[in-house]
Design a protein around this ligand. Structure first.
Ligand code: ADP
Ligand code: MG
Length: 257
């Protein structure tokens, strides 16, 4: 049984179809990229899986159970995590405090770090930070961090919920190319180690083709191709869909295999 099964998801905004009859599955430990031009419907699909957006029709199954009408909180409790930008209010806290807050929230405890709660989950938070190579920055203020480091803290915060499935809608937005590749490589290794399924979208095709086991291509709300990175690179419809943006696919193609 698949970790996630998306079955015929459809969403209209007025007369515009943002997603139409979208089907796919994600297995445990599998990194899947959802790609497509701007406005293709990627965020719409993410939000219907995360529960932020109601579906017009279709179903979402997690471990075989329908969660189509569950709230985002219920989906989070069942193991769907997503990366969110560190909220402005949290920039005034230290790196480890941000992760402690996420652990406190995950355990349904009251959200206070006043003493004696200061030490609560600190060891677990430090272990999560070590996984994203941020243990040394634990006691620095989030506000002082470089952008790429904030993104790694966001990943640690998402992992604090102990997800089975991680949704990452443009996790590397605003990052330099080298940082993008590093963040996705880190995500990839953590997902493998913890057997987490990951659905992500990313504009850098080198990163997509380097880290996705499978790629789904969305165009005007419809999945037009599914395959391994090699299959997608060679797919005629995909190349046509990206004609306006041909460099996107040419760059990786130009390299020797
Ligand atoms: P992507 O993430 O691939 O760029 P989106 O899912 O954000 O695409 O958008 C898909 C389509 O749905 C676009 O035409 C967009 O304008 C439209 N859309 C998305 N969200 C809304 C909304 N809340 N209200 C109206 N139209 C929306
Ligand atoms: Mg989007």
């Amino acid at each position: 049984m698949s970790l996630l099964a998306v079955q015929g998801l459809t969403k209209f905004f007025g007369g515009v179809v943002a997603a139409r009859d979208v089907f796919f599955t994600i297995e445990r430990g599998e990194m899947v990229a959802l790609i497509g031009p701007n406005g293709a419907g990627k965020s719409t699909v993410f939000n219907m899986i995360g529960g932020q957006l109601r579906t017009d029709s279709g179903n979402v199954l997690l471990d075989g159970e329908a969660i189509t009408h569950a709230s985002p909180q219920e989906r989070f409790r069942r193991g769907i995590g997503r990366t969110f930008q560190v909220a402005q209010a949290f920039l005034s806290m230290t790196v480890v405090e941000n992760v402690q807050m996420a652990l406190i929230s995950h355990h349904g405890e009251s959200e206070s770090l006043w003493s004696p709660a200061r030490q609560r989950h600190r060891d677990r938070a430090l272990a999560l930070l070590a996984q994203v190579d941020m243990a040394e920055a634990a006691d620095r203020l989030c506000a002082e961090l470089a952008y790429g480091d904030v993104k790694r803290v966001e990943l640690a915060i998402a992992l604090a919920g102990n997800p089975k499935l991680l949704l990452m809608d443009e996790p590397t937005a605003g990052m330099a190319p080298r940082e993008r590749a590093a963040l996705m490589a880190l995500t990839d290794s953590i997902a493998q180690a913890r057997n987490i399924g990951v659905l992500f979208t990313e504009h850098d095709m080198d990163v997509v083709f380097g880290h996705a086991a499978r790629v789904l291509v969305l165009l005007r709300g419809e999945i037009i191709a599914v395959g391994t990175p090699d299959e997608i690179r060679r797919d005629r419809r995909v190349r046509e869909a990206y004609l306006g943006d041909m460099h996107v696919l040419q760059a990786p193609l130009a390299r020797p295999a």
